[in-house]
Every structure is written in C-alpha cells, then in structure tokens.
Design a protein around this ligand. Structure first.
Ligand code: HQG
Length: 191
C-alpha cells in the first residue's frame, strides 16, 4: 500500500516538473503558446500535456492545489493557467514594485561563488534573481546546486538606491541583479 502511494507521488512529481518546463521555459514542447503575461489556455495545456502524461482538468487542479511551492495560478475564470514566477522566456506577470525588507537571503552552490564575488548575482537563465525572506529557505535553495553557500543581501539599501523589487504570489522576492556591494557572504552555511 505504501509502495502504491510512493509510485503515485513519483508520477505526480514528474508531471509537475513537466508542467514547470512547459509554463516557464518551453511551451512549444507541448504545442502551446503563452501570452505576454505568461497565461496558457487550460484546454490547450491539458491537450498538450496529455500527449505525454495522463492529464485532465481534475488532475491539473490537484497539482496546482498541492504544489509544495504554490508555483501555479489559474485566472479568476479558471480558463487560463500560468507559473507564478521562475520563467526564462520574457513574460510579464504584472507584479507591482514592492519595497523589500531590510535584508533578504540568497543560497547558492559553492562552485558559483568565485563568479558571484566578482559579478554579483545575475539572473542566469531566469528573468530575475530569486531571493528568500529567511536564511533557512535560501540554504535549501542553495543545496540544489551542491554544497550550499549563503549570501545576505542588503535589499533595503538597494531599494533606496532605486533598484526594483517584486514579490511573487508565492512569496519569492525577485530583482534584476544584485551588485557585489550589496552582498555579504555568510560563513558556515554548508556545514
Ligand atoms: C547562480 C527554485 C555564477 C545562482 C528555488 C544560482 C528558487 C551565479 C544559479 C528558484 C551568478 C541559478 C530560483 C554569477 C547567480 N555567476 N552563478 N554571477 N549569479 N548565480 O535555479 O536562485 O523549484 O536559476 O546563485 O526555490 O537557485 O524553480 O536560481 O545558484 O526560488 O519553483 O546561478 O528556483 O524554485 O540557478 O533558484 P536557478 P536559484 P522552483
């Protein structure tokens, strides 16, 4: 019985990862397009995803509801769906400029620190640099890239200096880049 549950969770995780790929990076792989605000037509998405995974409206709603990081939203009428953040293709999800707290956090892999210490944080493949409101979350994000290293970001100062901040609907802070002068590497995050 436990086995059965684990198998289902695995399949759901894989479907979730595919949904992420389609809604953030490669809609064409499911034969769909996103509008300039990142929205996909739900019926088209279901038809596109169904070519690879069992998918219907109920399944999609379940994935959106249970996603651990609340990565997706439906439009108010339920006809459209989009990823809340994390895109690599240029979409404008319409987030308002928002004053950040004085300090935010960024977790990364040790292998990136030599470059970060010279160039600051850059969005790499995404539209924005992603920052966390607490150190623990940032370390967990960093661990995805190997041995984690934690940076403290002087976000309050950045805001006062005119740099933009947005808060995605699932609570991730976004900014275009973080110059080195606003970064402070923390000791010991990887222990
Ligand atoms: C690093 C997950 C070299 C950066 C998480 C990061 C997050 C540099 C990596 C969200 C650099 C990009 C985002 C520079 C930054 N030189 N490396 N100058 N500047 N980097 O995955 O922040 O599951 O695109 O530190 O929870 O790790 O997708 O960004 O290590 O919220 O919903 O380049 O992804 O959420 O990696 O993670 P990523 P991230 P989801």
């Amino acid at each position: 019985m436990g086995n059965h549950r684990f198998r289902r969770e695995d399949a759901d995780t894989r479907i979730g990862r595919y949904l992420c790929l389609i809604l953030r990076h490669h809609p064409e792989k499911a034969g769909i397009t996103l509008d300039e605000h990142g929205w996909a037509d739900v019926e088209e998405l279901i038809a596109g995803v169904s070519r690879r995974w069992p998918m219907d409206r109920a399944k999609l709603e379940e994935i959106v509801r249970t996603d651990g990081k609340q990565r997706y939203s439906f439009s108010a009428d339920g006809c459209l769906i989009r990823a809340n953040q994390g895109h690599s293709i240029p979409v404008d999800v319409g987030l308002p400029l928002t004053r950040p707290p004085e300090l935010l956090w960024h977790g990364t892999g040790e292998k990136y620190t030599a470059s970060i210490d010279v160039h600051g944080l850059l969005p790499q493949n995404r539209l924005y640099v992603h920052l966390s409101g607490d150190a623990e979350t940032a370390v967990a994000v960093g661990r995805r890239h190997g041995r984690p290293v934690l940076y403290r970001v002087r976000s309050g100062r950045m805001w006062e200096d005119g740099l933009p901040f947005y808060r995605s609907v699932n609570g991730v802070w976004l900014t275009e880049a973080v110059p080195v002068r606003y970064l402070e590497k923390q000791a010991g995050a990887g222990e």
